[in-house]
Design a protein around this ligand. Structure first.
Ligand SMILES: [Zn+2]
Length: 203
């Protein structure tokens, strides 16, 4: 067993359903000359919530006002919780951000047009962003998979938590709304490393 620091607190942040857009899809949905409008900085440096939203249209239903996060990316990616999948009529895999190969597609509707995504809808694998200094302090490395314990009145240990290390990150663990509700999280909730699940990056 690796020696890890189980007493250093990790802020837990809940990510609502959202999407990242490629430039070409942003142009189709909002217009070629319409730049994304940042309205709120997120915890990760350079990442921001936008004023723009789209409607997700699935085989069984739709979800309106799904937030666009910036900046633009190479490929469009939609991140939804399990509850959303029942409403849309989709079954989507748990994936680390960016690994969308073979995931389901969906229709995006914006004010200027719609996009038929061939793939790109995922449940984001829960993960911790940290700097190299944080990683050293915790005793973990990039792409290790760990368990994180949450105290409180719905005490829970999240397994399959991917560690992501970059000098561009700030310390925060990200979970989706279903995961957050399962542990009755609030904005003050912090987590603590419980154990190392594997060092191979397999979730
Ligand atoms: Zn994240």
């Amino acid at each position: 067993m690796q020696t890890i620091n189980t007493s250093k607190a990790i802020p837990i942040e809940t990510s609502g359903r959202h999407l990242h857009l490629s430039t070409v899809d942003r142009e189709t949905l909002f217009g070629a000359d319409h730049a994304l409008t940042p309205i709120k900085d997120l915890s990760q440096p350079g990442q921001f919530a936008c004023a723009e939203t789209v409607t997700l249209v699935g085989p069984k239903g739709e979800i309106k006002e799904v937030r666009v996060l910036g900046p633009e990316r190479g490929r469009t990616q939609v991140e939804i919780a399990k509850t959303d999948q029942f409403k849309l009529g989709l079954t989507v895999p748990v994936r680390p951000s960016g690994q969308i190969e073979g995931s389901p597609g969906i229709t995006l509707q914006g004010p200027k047009g719609s996009v038929e995504l061939k793939e790109g809808v995922i449940m984001a694998a829960r993960h911790i962003h940290m700097t190299p200094e944080d990683a050293k302090a915790f005793g973990v490395q990039d792409r290790w998979v760990v368990r994180v314990k949450i105290d409180g009145d719905r005490e829970l240990i999240y397994g399959d938590v991917l560690v992501r290390v970059s000098p561009k990150y700030a310390l925060a663990m990200h979970v989706d709304t279903d995961e957050s509700n399962a542990a009755n999280l609030d904005r003050q909730t912090q987590g603590y490393l419980d154990s190392v699940q594997n060092t191979t990056g397999e979730i």
